[in-house]
Every structure is written in structure tokens, then in C-alpha cells.
Design a protein around this ligand. Sequence first.
Ligand code: NAD
Length: 478
Amino acid sequence: MSELHKNYIGGEWVGGDARPNINPSNTNEVIGEYAQGTAADAKAAIDAAADAFKTWSLSGIQQRHDILKATGDEILARKEEIGRLLSREEGKTLPEGIGETMRAAQIFHFFAGETLRLAGEILPSVRPGIDVTITREPVGVVGLITPWNFPIAIPAWKLAPAIAYGNTVVMKPADLVPGCAWTIVDILVRNGLPKGVVNLVMGRGSVVGQAILESKKVNALSFTGSVGTGKKVAEASIAVMRKFQLEMGGKNPTIVLDDADLKVAVETTANSAFFSTGQRCTASSRLIVTEKIHDQYVEALSARIKDLVVDDAIKQGTHIGPVVDQSQLDQDQNYIQIAKDEGGTLVVGGERIERENPGFFLQPALFTGTTPDMRINKEEVFGPVASVIKVKDYEEALAVANDTPFGLAAGIVTTSLKHATHFKRNAEAGMVMVNLPTAGVDYHVPFGGRKGSSYGPREQGKYAAEFFTTVKTSYTQP
Ligand code: NAD
């Protein structure tokens, strides 16, 4: 058995029951053994974070900058190796794995800079002779709970601002992908992060996650994952009156209008719907297409899908890696059956496929003839499955696009400035893309959604300060 990757609590690597990290491209391959934390581990981690907060909250900005900068540097220097680990544990292709790793490094660099830019305000009071100052302070002990589909970017975009603004952390990564989160913590520790500032407790959501939710000592909780778990985070957080932030699911639309450049429409939606195996919260699964371009678009997209190579994530030439695990594969296949039963036409893909090694490979699936009321157009599948909804014109397309309880990302492919402008203003989503895939965002600008997709302040960019700091207004009579 390989060496156990331990939890990191109060500055010590702490063992526990071992859980194998399995490669979804080859289920015979164990990537490594990772400790399964307990509720007691979570409690010890929270206590350590609370203790460390007393000094870390007063630490100098140069120290915080240097640790974040060095962490970003090391991640960047090791991007091939970490990207490979990511692709092996999650199943996205190697270029996608390396790209996500580079993004994590850039996030650490961005927040290294932000430590030096944290500013307040001084205003005159309405009462003459009094000064009013507005300052930002760290929130305290922050719980970070992350999903499996971005194993390094999401831990990075929560950890880096938490540290930058002087908080201490208890992080629980998704059970399926502990490797990347463990690697970041190892890098932070070796680059000088004082003990207790970040604590890593890997393990089950219902055990470790639940213990974090229930703790009164966790002052703020940042969660990314499914709507069901997000609701539990919200209820538990309100019960102890803590600040919380939720990033959850999506059912993101992309509209293709008659005046679209067909090539742009096909590339944009093939990427949005199927790359990273469709396992992105920003993936487009509803393709809303006006009637004149509909047939040629479906034909061209189907041809493009047939060209996509589905294979081992780290094999050169693979476009689409495996689904992350058996239960997600079951869910994808279940929705393919539901769409068929509801009367959708499966024009391409949808079959389970075998490759050299045993893995969870699924041919990307495209449905046509679907209507907005079908379950395939209402519920998040979270796999390489997309459906086309034919509409008359832009007005109908917009109404269908907005007819969802979610509101993360929305896209439009058009050459009409008028429609693009109207859509940017009227799409009920946190992020809008014109002639670009809905998935694929920058790291220095806010990320997040509306309606049932998100709750609380935005993540990333300077907007991250809204969640990871608390504002104090002070009045002074000199
Ligand atoms: P999930 O909700 O099953 O798990 C997310 C995390 O919560 C994991 O670490 C899990 O162990 C933990 N958890 C589970 N039960 C818990 C409990 N009772 N208490 C505390 N923690 C618990 O989600 P997932 O399957 O890992 O991720 C897929 C989902 O994440 C999709 O819905 C996707 O859309 C969403 N997602 C959203 C964004 C976004 O930014 N909006 C980004 C990525 C993924």
C-alpha cells in the first residue's frame, strides 16, 4: 500500500483510516491513500483554527503576501505534475488539468497582490469635528467545503482570499478528489504558513462536513456543491447565525440565433456542453435554437460530437475524459433514459463505451425535439448530455432561457449587436457570455450566480473581500 496522505490539524499531519483515491479512467489504478477524518478531527481542526486566529488576524501583510506568492510560484512550477494528478483523480483531460492548475497558481498570485491593496475609507461625519473610518477585518474561523469537479481551482479560490484577509481555515475537500487539496496544503505549509492557519480534514460530507456545519466556532462558511447540500449548509448556518456563501448547480442556457456564425455556434456549444465531460457548474445543457438555423446547426453539432475522442484523461488526443464515478455515470444514463421516455430524440451518443482500461466512459449525448417542461431541461444532469429546444425567435428564446430556478451562466451566439446587448441586460444569470462558451471564466473578476444557483457575495477578484472580511465603522472625536 502507498504512503498515507494525512490530514493536517493544528500544524501536525494526523493519520486516520485510509481511503483509496481511484482513477476514473482506470478503476484498477489507485492514485494514493488518503486519510478519512472523523467528527473529532473536524472539532480539533476548528479549535486549532480558532487558536491560530488570535495571531494570524494580526499578522503583517508582507508575510501573507510572501506565503501566497511562494505558493502560487510552486504550483506553477509543478503544473505538469499537479495537472496530471488532477486529471487522474477527476478525469478531465490533461490540458484541462494543467490549465486548472495554472489557474490555481494565478489565483494565489492575485490574492498575494490583494493583501497589499486592502484599503479602508475615511469620511467626515455629519457631526462636525468627528472622523469616520471604515475598515475591513477578518471574519474569523472560515469553513471551506468544496466539490469534486474543480479539485484545485475551487479550493484555491476559497483558500487564497481566506488567508489573504487574515482568517484561519478548516477545509474539507470532496471525498472523490482529496489529492489536489492535500497538495495545496502541503505547499502552503512548506512555504511558511504558521501552524493552525489552515487545517485540512478529508473525509465524508455527512461526518466531517456535518461537524463543520454544526460548530458554533466556525464564523463563516463558504460552500460549493449541489443544491441539496447547499440547503443544509444554509439551515445549519442560520441556526448558529453565521455568515455563509453558497455556489450550487446550474441549468445554463445557450441561445443560438438565426444570424449566428454556424462555426462559432458549434464550437461554443460543443465546448460548453461536453468539455470536462459536461461536469462544470457553468456547462450549457440547454441549447435554445431559432427555427431557421436549427437543422443545419443540429447536423453540424452532431458531426462535431462524433469527432470527439472519449478516452483516458491523460492520453494524448483525448477530448473528453471519463465521468467521475459510477454513481454520476448512473445519474447520466438515468437522465438519458428519462429524456427518451419523455419523447426527446437522441440524435447522437449516449452509449456507455469500453476503452483499454476499465473506466466510466460515456459518449456525449445530444437530444433534439425537447420542450422546456421536460425533466431533461429542468434538472441538472452534470454530465455530457445536452438537449436542443427549437424556438421561433429571440423573444421566445429569452423567455425559455430564463424559465429556470437556476441562474449561474447564460450564453448567446449571434451577430446582432441589438440582441447581444438586450440579452446581456435581460438574462437572469450571474455571468453572461456572447459568442463564447458559458464555461471558461477569468480568475480576476467576480464569479457567481443568481436565483437558485448562488447565495451570498460573489467569489473571486476583489469582490471576494465581501465574504472574507467584515466591515467596521469607527467614529472618533479627536
Ligand atoms: P455535493 O453537494 O455532493 O458535495 C459538495 C461538498 O459537500 C463535498 O465536499 C461533500 O463531501 C460535502 N457534503 C456532503 N454532504 C454534506 C453535509 N451533510 N454537510 C457538509 N458537507 C457535506 O456536490 P458535488 O457532487 O461534490 O458537486 C457537484 C455539484 O456542485 C453540482 O451541483 C455542481 O453544479 C456544483 N458546483 C457548483 C459550482 C458553482 O460555483 N456554482 C462549481 C462547481 C460545482
